[in-house]
Design a binder for this molecule. Structure first.
Ligand SMILES: [Zn+2]
Length: 236
């Protein structure tokens, strides 16, 4: 009996310290991401630190299942994706290490019905929920943004999906409900659609979620076009 209790307490301590590890690692990734966005870290240093931190995160043994995606906007379908057949996506010249000065638009803008730009759906008069497409861990986010800020993503969220080694990014949110280190489940509400970000805040920009997906290539996030995954995604 004593042995069982000892074993159980060891397992409990292991689980708690694993969770703390994930939190610490993700807070470090969040700080690194802020430095990359501000351009306050050398590219080579940033690349090295990013690799180290993702390796640490993989070693925590976090498990997630994966079985296709959930569409990232509740109550909306792929018809809400901007452009024609997903042609709003362009990744030529994009580099993660360029931070806020990055080129191209490696993303799909997914528009909500919001003619008066109050961030409420014109049909339901409610905010529109942003849902995470698959199980994952929040590795960076910010819930602060000021209209005088030059940051383009506004209130954004980065999620790492260890099962298939990819990342997703959700920008321009009005409010976010997660923090670095949170382990989140597919379809979980992580934010509400908004107009935060240097360009998204301007009147000429219809209210939308800016959504990106990235593979890990040479230890850094490299964008790929998730259009077909979004088309096939389950809608909630
Ligand atoms: Zn966009």
């Amino acid at each position: 009996m004593k042995k069982i209790i000892l074993l159980l307490s060891v397992l409990c301590i292991a689980a708690v310290s694993n969770a703390q590890d994930i939190k610490t690692i993700c807070n470090n990734i969040n700080n690194l991401n802020t430095a990359i966005l501000n351009g306050s870290i050398k590219r080579q240093d940033a690349a090295g630190q990013f690799k180290t931190l993702i390796d640490q995160l993989k070693k925590t043994g976090y498990k997630a299942s994966s079985s296709g995606w959930v569409f990232p906007l509740k109550g909306y379908r792929s018809s809400a994706i901007g452009g024609t057949n997903g042609n709003g996506y362009s990744d030529k010249g994009y580099n993660f290490l360029d931070g806020n000065k990055h080129a191209a638009h490696p993303a799909h803008d997914i528009f909500i019905n919001d003619r008066n730009q109050d961030c409420l759906d014109d049909r339901t008069h409610q905010p529109v929920d942003v849902l995470v497409v698959d199980d994952g861990i929040v590795i960076a986010c910010t819930n602060e943004w000021d209209p005088s800020s030059s940051l383009r993503g506004g209130k954004f969220i980065w999620v790492y999906h260890p099962a298939q080694n990819f990342f997703t990014y959700y920008a321009h949110n009005q409010a976010i409900f997660v923090k670095p280190g949170d382990e989140i489940k597919q379809g979980q509400k992580i934010a509400e659609v908004g107009r935060t970000g240097y360009n998204a805040y301007k009147k000429r920009s219809p209210t939308h979620l800016h959504f990106s997906a990235f593979h890990l290539v040479n230890d850094l996030p490299v964008p790929y076009n998730p259009y077909l995954q979004l088309k096939k995604a389950k809608t909630i």
